[in-house]
Design a binder for this molecule. Structure first.
Ligand code: GDP
Length: 190
C-alpha cells in the first residue's frame, strides 16, 4: 500500500503493530467494544492496512461528531506459517506508513506477554525508535499469567524493549484497558 493510497489525513491516528496471532484484532475489538475489527482466523493473511474511524467513541463523543481518533490496523508480521519471503517483505507494507504519516500520533506495539520476547519484536521497536515515533509496548494475553508470571513478563519486556512505556493487557478480562485508553487519549490530544 503506497502513501498515495492512504486516506486523506484527518484525526490523529493510533497504529497497532505486532506479530500475527499476538491478539491484535481481539484487542482492537475490546477497545472499540464492538466487532468492527475483524478477528483474523487465518494468521498472517491480512496484508492490507485498515483504518477505523472512531465516530461514536467510547469516551463520550456525540453521535455524528467528526472522528476524533482513527485506529490503524497494520498487517501482522513474523508468523512462522507465512513464508520467509512474505516475512522479509513485511517492512515494505508498514514502512511508508510509519515513516511518512504526518497524523500518526502513537504506535501501539503488541507483544505476547506469555512467550519470551522475539527478535522481530525488538527489531520493530528499534525501527520505531530510529524513526522517532511515539510508541508504547503492550504485552497481550495477561489473563494467562499468574501474579508472579505478570511480574516476570513485565521484567522480561522491560529488559528487551526498555522500561519507560510498558503495559500488560487482556482482551479477555479487560485488564489494562483503562490504562491503554488513557495512553491513547493522551497521544491523540497532543
Ligand atoms: P491477531 O492475529 O494478532 O489479530 O490475533 P487475534 O486477535 O486473532 O488472536 C489470536 C489468538 O489469540 C486467538 O486464538 C485469540 O482467541 C487469542 N487471544 C487474543 N487475545 C487474547 C487475550 O487477551 N487472552 C487470551 N487468553 N487469548 C487471547
Amino acid at each position: 500500500m503506497a502513501p498515495e493510497q492512504f486516506p486523506k489525513p484527518g484525526a490523529p491516528e493510533i497504529a497497532f503493530l505486532g506479530r500475527s496471532n499476538v491478539g491484535k484484532s481481539s484487542l482492537i475489538n475490546a477497545l472499540l467494544g464492538s466487532k468492527e475489527a475483524k478477528v483474523s482466523s487465518t494468521p498472517g493473511r491480512t496484508r492490507a492496512i485498515n483504518f477505523f474511524e472512531l465516530a461514536d467513541a467510547p469516551w463520550g463523543q456525540k453521535p455524528g461528531q467528526r472522528a476524533q481518533l482513527i485506529f490503524v490496523d497494520l498487517p501482522g508480521y513474523g508468523y512462522a506459517k507465512i513464508s520467509k519471503s512474505i516475512s522479509a517483505e513485511w517492512p515494505k507494507f508498514i514502512e511508508p506508513y510509519v515513516r511518512e504519516r504526518g497524523t500518526l500520533a502513537l504506535c501501539v506495539c503488541l507483544v505476547d506477554a506469555t512467550i519470551p520476547p522475539k527478535a522481530s519484536d525488538a527489531q520493530l521497536v528499534e525501527f520505531l525508535a530510529d524513526v522517532g515515533r511515539n510508541f508504547l509496548v503492550v504485552g497481550t494475553k495477561a489473563d494467562r499469567l499468574s501474579g508472579n508470571g505478570r511480574a516476570k513478563a513485565l521484567a522480561a519486556l522491560s529488559e528487551a524493549f526498555g522500561a519507560d512505556r510498558l503495559l500488560l493487557v487482556s482482551s479477555k478480562t479487560g485488564a489494562g484497558m483503562k490504562e491503554l485508553w488513557a495512553a491513547i487519549r493522551e497521544a491523540g490530544a497532543e
